[in-house]
Write a new protein. Structure first.
Length: 201
C-alpha cells in the first residue's frame, strides 16, 4: 500500500498557486496514469487504484491548508498504512524554485499544513516530499507570496518540470521503494544542497 497526500487549498481562486504544489503534483500523476480523483470522503478527494502489486491511494485534503491534519489523520485511521507507506507532498519556500527534497521523517518546520498533520497524527515519522517554490521577496507578505501564481515563461516551465519529476518520484516509491525514490528526488549538485541549507552526503 502507498497513501500519497498532496497538500493545497480547494477552490479555483487557489489553483496553480505556490501553496498548491501538492495538488498540482497529484494532478500530473493522475493525468499520466489515467486516474481520477472523484471520491469525496474523510474531508478529502480520493483516488483508489490497484496500481502495480497493491493499493495506491491518492488524497487531496479539502480542509484548507491549515487544517490538513483533519483529513490526513482520518485517512490514516481508515486505511492504516505503515509510516513508510505514507507520503506527503507540499511546497517549501526555503528551497529554490523547482528543487525537490525528500526525507524519511522530520519536524513540521514552519509549514502550517505539516504542523496540522503532525499535531493531529501525533507523529512525524513518515516520508515527505518538498517542492521548492522559491524564497519570498523582501517586500512581500508571506501569505500573499505563497498564494500567488507563478510568473509566465521560465518560472512556469521550471515548476512544471518539478511537478513531472515529483510525479516520477511517487511512481518510483510505489514500484521500487522509498530509498530509490529518495535517490531520485535528492539528486542534485552540491551548490543546490548548500542553498537549501542541507548537508551533502
Amino acid at each position: 500500500m502507498l497513501v500519497v497526500f498532496g497538500l493545497g487549498n480547494p477552490g479555483t481562486q487557489y489553483a496553480r498557486t505556490r501553496h498548491n504544489v501538492g495538488f498540482d503534483v497529484l494532478d500530473v500523476f493522475c493525468e499520466q496514469e489515467h486516474l481520477r480523483m472523484t471520491k469525496l470522503d474523510h474531508h478529502g478527494l480520493i483516488s483508489e487504484s490497484g496500481f502495480g502489486n497493491g493499493k495506491l491511494i491518492l488524497v487531496k485534503p479539502q480542509t484548507y491548508m491549515n487544517l490538513s491534519g483533519n483529513c490526513v489523520s482520518e485517512v490514516i485511521s481508515w486505511y492504516k498504512p505503515e509510516p513508510e507507506e505514507t507520503l506527503v507532498v507540499y511546497d517549501d519556500i526555503d528551497l529554490p524554485l523547482g528543487k525537490l527534497r525528500m526525507r524519511k521523517k522530520g519536524s513540521a518546520g514552519t509549514h502550517n499544513g505539516m504542523r496540522s498533520i503532525v499535531s493531529l497524527c501525533g507523529r512525524d515519522d513518515f516520508p515527505r516530499l518538498r517542492v521548492g517554490v522559491g524564497a519570498k521577496p523582501p517586500q512581500w507578505d508571506l501569505a500573499d507570496y505563497v498564494l500567488s501564481h507563478y510568473q509566465e515563461g521560465e518560472e512556469q516551465e521550471t515548476q512544471f518540470a518539478a511537478f513531472l519529476k515529483a510525479a516520477e518520484v511517487i511512481r518510483v516509491m510505489w514500484t521500487q521503494g522509498l530509498d530509490r525514490a529518495m535517490q531520485l528526488a535528492n539528486a542534485s549538485d552540491k551548490k543546490d544542497r548548500k542553498e537549501a541549507g542541507e548537508e551533502t552526503k
